[in-house]
Design a protein around this ligand. Structure first.
Ligand SMILES: NC(=O)c1ccc[n+]([C@@H]2O[C@H](COP(=O)([O-])OP(=O)(O)OC[C@H]3O[C@@H](n4cnc5c(N)ncnc54)[C@H](OP(=O)(O)O)[C@@H]3O)[C@@H](O)[C@H]2O)c1
Length: 406
């Protein structure tokens, strides 16, 4: 079984003792195992599913064949006909885009934000039907969310999503880069539409392009507390026990990233080494945390946007582990629940991420948030590599080239 330590226990310690959040972290069997101020928001002159706008390949076909009920929820009436009570309610809400909102943390956060009554959530998902079913499964009221197609493993899809979002007429008050893939048992790398190793392409490069393009939309937000959040992970932090379970995250001198992660003229791994799916995920999470800090350094003062990252806790039940071996998937949740006590339910993790989106006490920019077992939040300390300014600049500049921004 490939080694992985995604999840860790941070038990009842005072916040100060937790800064390194390491001493109580327990790997699985040692295995790789705001509240925004009220403001008027003009919501959609029309809500658009990018699927209905085509350009989504097979996804578009799937969408076209779907029942009218789904389309009806995703494509709303033009602004002059928006007279229903539900639409009036929506028009006073802030708007938050969440990538990968069709399951796990993203879905739970969508639910928490919608339940708060403060947010309309744009569920940016690669599988339109799955997202609609997920929204219904957690009881999201019609009109409280919009599903838009986004495949982070295609830079063209990212660009199309941004176009579709803009043409919806919705403002943008918060962006949550949450989606991720994890291939711990893969023997061979797989690749994105542009030929980048798939986990770094999805988790980092797709989000990097999305966040860069949507920065100007966030900047225009009238919200007093506009936020850009990139979900991190303890596994990328080698100042923790979990982060020290092999294979450890290590970007090295970024020669693989510099070469395009294509497995032909360069290694598929950021550090130039041999492919390792678990390490690729952890490396991508280091990129996520470095990117959040680089955004903060470059844009916080200029834009007033709060940039944050977080470790939501060990959500052992999510789809992230779908490609792990069955024994791991069976044992991981009970082990985290009853042995390490590091288990966090999807609902609880969603409340945590929703806090980072809307809680006024979590409005400080440049912070990597974590939570104690009593669910109180604290500013955590990142590993040496995940807080390395020179590396953050390098990853930023190399990523700009790969996604076509430089
Ligand atoms: N689970 C944990 O213990 C844990 C711990 C620390 C951090 N995290 C972080 O939490 C975040 C959410 O993970 P999760 O645990 O909630 O896993 P999850 O349930 O598998 O959710 C991942 C989401 O990403 C979406 N996604 C994958 N590839 C995509 C693509 N190419 N384009 C658009 N969306 C794509 C998935 O869509 P489909 O539904 O279509 O597959 C799914 O909605 C990740 O950033 C992960 O690193 C999780």
């Amino acid at each position: 079984m490939a080694a992985m330590a995604n999840c860790a226990v941070v038990s009842h310690l005072a916040p100060k003792e937790k800064l390194a959040s390491s001493s109580m972290e327990v790997a699985f069997l040692g295995l790789p195992l705001h509240n925004h101020g009220q403001r008027a928001v003009r919501v959609a002159s029309k809500y658009i599913s990018s699927c209905s706008n085509s350009n989504c390949g097979s996804q578009a076909l799937k969408c076209q064949s779907m029942a009218h009920s789904i389309r009806a929820n995703a494509v709303a009436a033009p602004v002059e006909t928006m007279k229903s009570a539900e639409e009036k309610k929506t028009s006073t809400k802030s708007v938050c885009i969440i990538t990968g909102a069709s399951s796990g943390l993203g879905l739970a956060t969508t639910k928490a934000l919608v339940d708060s009554g403060e947010f309309h959530v744009v569920m940016a998902c690669r599988d339109f039907l799955k997202a609609e079913k997920a929204a219904k499964s957690v009881g999201l009221p019609k009109g409280s969310y919009t599903v838009m197609h986004l495949d982070l493993a295609s830079l063209e899809s990212v660009r199309q999503f941004v176009k579709n979002f803009r043409s919806s007429g919705m403002p943008l008050d918060a962006l949550v880069c949450n989606a991720a893939v994890y291939f711990p048992t893969a023997k061979e790398p797989t690749y994105s539409a542009e030929g980048f190793e798939l986990s770094v392409a999805t988790n980092h490069l797709g989000h990097f392009l999305l966040a860069r393009l949507l920065l100007e939309d966030l900047e225009k937000s009238e919200s007093k507390s506009k936020r850009l959040i990139i979900v991190g992970s303890i596994t990328g932090n080698t100042n923790t026990l979990a982060g020290n379970v092999p294979p450890k995250a290590n970007l090295g001198d970024c020669r693989g990233l510099s070469g395009g992660l294509n497995g032909v003229t360069s290694s598929p791994m950021i550090d130039g080494g041999a492919f390792d799916g678990a390490k690729a995920y952890k490396d991508s999470k280091v990129c996520n945390m470095l990117t959040m800090q680089e955004f903060h350094r470059r844009y916080h003062e200029k834009t007033g946007i709060t940039f944050s990252s977080l470790y939501p806790g060990c959500i052992a039940t999510t789809g992230l582990f779908r490609s792990h071996i069955p024994l791991f998937r069976a044992l991981f949740p009970p082990f985290q629940k009853y042995i390490t006590k590091g288990f966090v339910s999807e609902e609880e993790s969603g409340k945590r991420l929703a806090q980072v989106v809307q809680d006024s006490s979590l409005s400080k920019s440049g912070v990597y948030w974590s939570w104690n077992n009593d669910s109180s939040s604290f500013e955590n300390v990142l590993s040496e590599e995940a807080s390395d300014e020179a590396k953050a600049k390098k990853v930023w500049e190399l990523s700009e080239k790969l996604v076509g921004l430089a």
